[in-house]
Design a protein around this ligand. Structure first.
Ligand code: 9WO
Length: 227
């Protein structure tokens, strides 16, 4: 995975890049995340990137030219076929199917907005794919970009240790089910035990129990996933 993030706040990404799984993937060369600092493309001596909205109202809007120039610089670092994404609550909802698709892309350019958003002409001219991680408003697109990067990176071969496999994920096998319950030591926690089937060595029975639990949870909590 090679991603370039266009943002005013590249430093916000440090905790993700330093986190153990993600950091190891970078050191191993399995994942690469670069930044284009939007400020570099600002206007004048003060590198201004925002201005007041036409029509009035509160807040500021990211100006088109700095964003378009930053996107061009970011795209120049990727082969054709790279995907350009703008993180916004107005976008297509991110789900595991889109995550799998993005994991196969030859490159990702992520635009993280701030303030009230970007000048609409950026969207008309650069035509990024608009992606939402959920129906809520953040202070900027950076956290959403990190969520997307984390979800995509862990699908790249070798990023997870071999003890963990994305095939084990609740959505990873393409089954679209929620996860089953998990238990570890001790056998008793404040009077609560562990289901008997998990304590025996019958792996077929364990697999069947887990599948049944996953189905039940999905039916109860997210019937929409069973369509
Ligand atoms: C602010 C706002 C206020 C009232 C109604 C709708 C609204 N949308 C926004 C908005 O999009 N503000 C932004 C802050 C501008 C772009 C970057 N920001 C952002 C991105 N906040 N939340 C996201 C985001 C991105 C992806 N998935 C969920 C949220």
């Amino acid at each position: 995975m090679h991603a370039t993030v266009v943002t005013l706040f590249p430093a916000l990404f440090a905790p993700l890049l330093e986190q153990s799984v993600f950091g190891r993937a970078i050191r191993r060369g399995l994942v690469r995340v670069d930044f284009v600092d939007l400020r570099t493309f600002g206007e004048g001596r003060h590198r201004v990137v925002d201005d007041r909205p036409f029509g009035g109202g509160p807040g500021m809007v990211l100006m088109a030219e700095p964003v378009l120039n930053a996107l061009d610089a970011a795209r120049a670092r990727h082969p054709r076929g790279a995907r350009t994404l703008y993180l916004t609550p107005q976008g297509r909802r991110l789900d595991q199917a889109l995550v799998r698709e993005l994991a196969e892309a030859p490159g990702l350019v992520l635009l993280s907005g701030r303030y009230e958003g970007v000048d609409e002409r950026v969207l008309e001219l650069a035509k990024p794919e608009e992606v939402s991680i959920g129906d809520y408003v953040l202070s900027g697109g950076e956290l959403a970009a990190m969520v997307l990067l984390d979800a995509v990176a862990r699908l790249r071969p070798g990023v997870l240790g071999d003890e963990q496999s994305p095939a084990q994920d609740s959505f990873g096998a393409g089954e679209g089910l929620l996860d089953h319950p998990h238990y570890t030591r001790p056998l008793e926690v404040r009077g609560l035990g562990v289901p008997e089937v998990l304590r025996g060595g019958n792996h077929a029975a364990i697999a069947a129990w887990r599948h049944e639990q996953a189905l039940r949870r999905t039916r109860e909590r997210r019937p929409d996933l069973l369509r």
